[in-house]
Write a protein that binds this ligand. Sequence first.
Ligand code: GLC
Length: 552
Amino acid sequence: MTQDLAPSVRQAVRPAQQAEGWWRSAVIYQVYVRSFADSDGDGIGDLRGIRERLPYLAGLGVDALWLTPFYASPQADGGYDVADYRAVDPLFGQLSDADDLVREAHRLGLRIIVDIVPNHTSDQHVWFQAALADRREGTARERYHFRPGRGEGGELPPNDWESVFGGPAWTRITEPDGTPGDWYLHLFAPEQPDLNWDNPEVREEFTSVLRFWLDLGVDGFRIDVAHGMVKAPGLPDIGRTEQAKLIGAQVLPFFDQDGVHEIHRAWRQLLDSYDGQRIGVAEAWAPTSERLALYVRPDELHQAFNFQFLTCDWDAPAMRDVIDQSLAATQSVGAPTTWVLSNHDVVRHTTRYGGDDAELGLRRARAAALLMLALPGSAYVYQGEELGLPEVTDLPDEVRQDPAFFRGDGQDGTRDGCRVPIPWEGEEAPYGFGPGGSWLPQPAAWAGLSVAAQAGDPRSMLELYRSALALRRDLPGLGDGEMRWLDAPEGVLAFSRPGFVCTINTGGDEAAMPVPGRPVLASAALAISIPEGRSTGGTVRLPSDCCVWWAV
Ligand code: GLC
């Protein structure tokens, strides 16, 4: 059996889903703007490129897109260093392209979520430039965290905080008169000074920025570092090194402080004052699922990324625990759970699951996709995962751009490998990415992984995603709702949803179990033996690393 059992026609969103809140069941596709599609041949993806490829995304069957930052930026951290929150960077187009993109997406039934970066600005932002120029108290510096250094001549950083990208989280400036001056805080690169959210002007400015994009018609925001805006009073020392990684669960004085919730509550009110169910999604790292759930209380944001699921090993009991914890935590506040396997900051899951064994990685990635899309709630798909793209692990150092790579001892510094432009068609790089080259080199093997190479091939990853997304719209039991665990052999997870059962074998060996229903989609070929003269019952031998959807 192969996955061509599924209907291929894209159905409209179910009315019930609409009434409950579209995001509760939505599948949201992450577009890493510089690597999706390039319309002008400069080798960097852009907004017009995305607009031209919207029919592909509508046909894939996702509900919404999340666009990574395309604002005016010196690109010290792939655009997460914003110099002007209301302007489109010329690399990606102009404001009218953003407007056209939103309108065209809506025409095709797709919603658009944009990234907002409130924890820090670029060092080229007018506010930071003004702060450098004017050291008087009560002025521009109070929009950021400026402090005198420690030590006799102020030559030591104000505290022991480390940057997520490595090295101290403080940089000393030179005053306009040429003397060494105060230090400023940057949890990320020195080009990304942290804003001081105790300053009312900062809060007002972001309300205005959010309004700007809401007025343009966007359906919501992915909030970058949503757990970082508020710092512990007095900026206390931590007393140890090896502090913050982007992916982490440590308790730290600069992450997950209670004060951030007040900001999110105010933003929720703003979102609710617009029609059309605009949403806020938290990129928040919290020490526990319970702490994370606080971000999605009824009067706060709508969703938070479930990084616990992303970081879980390929192991049935561990996955079951994470699923249970995630569901319990979000249910306690009435929010939908989200599921995510990859994004632009982590090693692609095909490679995480398979290591050097590409075939194993692909098999598991196929199974993981069906698992994720069968679980209750909303799911995120990172561009290229629907093509089964692996991490590019052999990028030469000269082409790398991730600031973490250059700052060595911080976050692993390998984020360029998941950001390589995706292949659309053709035998040679840039595989239809654009009329020019591509800002990171694409592997030769990607000809076989392009959209054109996979389209119509029932065994391909792309057709598996298309079928799964079409079925997810058709089967009323999927999306938001309940699930119940079923008995299953060791290494297998089985759960039911109304009219539906999902089984996944994460073990290294085939596992036999009673046939739970009629198979509608499988990540690998299945052998089912049904006793002669009967149409139901029998035994299924679930291959290793295989997930199956059953209608019951
Ligand atoms: C978020 C982004 C990451 C960026 C960081 C700093 O974690 O996903 O790409 O480097 O914030 O803005």
